[in-house]
Design a binder for this molecule. Structure first.
Ligand code: AMP
Length: 118
């Protein structure tokens, strides 16, 4: 990677310094189960590059972000929630509820989601 690497909770998971229950991994993207699940299925789809927030995305990330959605879609299928439905969410900064400053797509399913979220 050409960008400056910053250590985050998720780079530590990426580097196997912290254990996680991985469900997917390739050169650019990883996915593992959320340690504090908010639904029967709660997986985080995370780029290996530690992009802090959606605000930091650059045009070169467009394909990566698209691939994150395809990975999430495939996991939803594999986990059996694709037809009944699921939620994909990416929180941004404090008011958006972001706690880990390394972007991640929440995949949640297995229960009825409400709208609007809290
Ligand atoms: P966010 O609030 O959008 O930044 O989401 C961060 C998510 O990371 C939360 O849902 C946490 O439960 C989850 N999380 C925190 N630590 C871990 C961990 N060690 N392994 C897996 N998920 C984690």
């Amino acid at each position: 990677m050409s960008e400056i690497e910053t250590e985050t909770l998720f780079t530590r998971i990426r580097d196997r310094e912290i254990p996680a229950d991985f469900v997917y991994e390739d050169d650019e993207i990883m996915a593992f189960r959320d340690v504090n699940p908010q639904a029967p299925l709660h997986v985080l789809v995370v780029p290996k590059e530690p992009i802090p927030t959606v605000n930091d995305l650059e045009p070169r990330h467009a394909e990566l972000i698209g691939r994150m959605f395809l990975v999430a879609r495939d996991i939803a299928r594999e986990e059996g929630v694709a037809d009944e439905g699921y939620r994909l969410a990416m929180n941004t900064n404090a008011a958006g509820g972001q706690a880990v400053y390394h972007i991640h797509l929440h995949l949640m399913g297995g229960r009825q989601m409400s709208w609007p979220p809290g």
